[in-house]
Design a protein around this ligand. Sequence first.
Ligand code: NAP
Length: 330
Amino acid sequence: MNKRIVAVRRLHADHLQQLEGKFHVDYFPHLDDDNLDEYHAALARAHGLIGGKLSVTPALLDGAPHLEVVATISVGYDNFPVDEMSRRGIVLCNTPDVLTETTADTGFALIMATARRVPELDRFVREGQWQAHVDEAQFGRDVHGKTLGMVGMGRIGAAVARRGALGFGMPVIYSNASPKPVLEAELGARSCSFEELLACADIVCVTVPLTDSTRHLIGADAFRQMKRSAIFVNIARGPVVDEAAMVTALQEGEIAGAGLDVFEQEPLPATSPLLGLPQVVLLPHIGSATHETRAAMAQLAVDNIVLALQGQAPPNGVNLGVLSMNSALY
Ligand code: NAP
């Protein structure tokens, strides 16, 4: 009997075909109140679940007693109860690496757009305010040659740092859970304390995962320690930053500007004070959102779920220890 999987959110026809060639697929391109019962009924029979922006809770797992694998189309997995999944013998797979460069591009786009005030000055032109030569009121801040402070120096952090050091001549300092001697040799990057980074960086860019130890890592104290000319960029996860403290820091001029791809609440509510701050550049969580990269992520998730349900080690398992625990499966 073919194994059954549930696929959530829109998948490319080619990826869907690959899955349908191997499994019985219950496909939910959109999830809403109208098909929620159908979705839960499909989960009750499913061996695998694949998709982006999945919401997996212990209660959902209770209703999916045959589940062996969950393949998320993302690198971040802060929204999954990983320990609970491991306890139940469910493998969680993610999609690292294929999105690293694209997300770093997004980070650098935010650095440039915020420092040089690109969206604000685009509006200036469109609204017919460009009536004479620009003056100091429209000036931005240099990026090249400025000190880039990376909070988190993993795959994406290193890719942002590489752009800064090699493309823009920026000295790079970083604060990370472990030192990165190879990157230090490659980029001349220097490891420093979190406090030193906040005090010395002209651009502070956050790329740590959201965990218990990074939730609200950047709060009121951190913003007070930054330079008043600092540009702050978050391409990690919204809750790594205390958003209310960031708004206060921006309103009171404790930092010069912020470029944000992620927020504590997404989509950003229409009441967010961030919307009224011209020195802030806002993106709708598009770190990896290019045609090429989203296709590569989906393909990797397909590979992950296919291999795992065929009893082989998937390329990207978050809790691969489950494989050795679960001898019935593998
Ligand atoms: P990664 O390679 O695992 O890098 C994370 C880095 O953070 C690691 O170097 C890790 O240190 C470090 N770290 C972890 N906890 C820390 C702490 N408490 N203090 C200091 N450093 C800490 O992950 P990645 O692929 O670069 O992705 C990073 C995050 O970016 C993801 O988790 C995701 O949330 C986010 N992301 C966002 C988007 C978007 O659309 N905006 C897209 C992709 C990813 P070690 O090296 O010592 O482990």
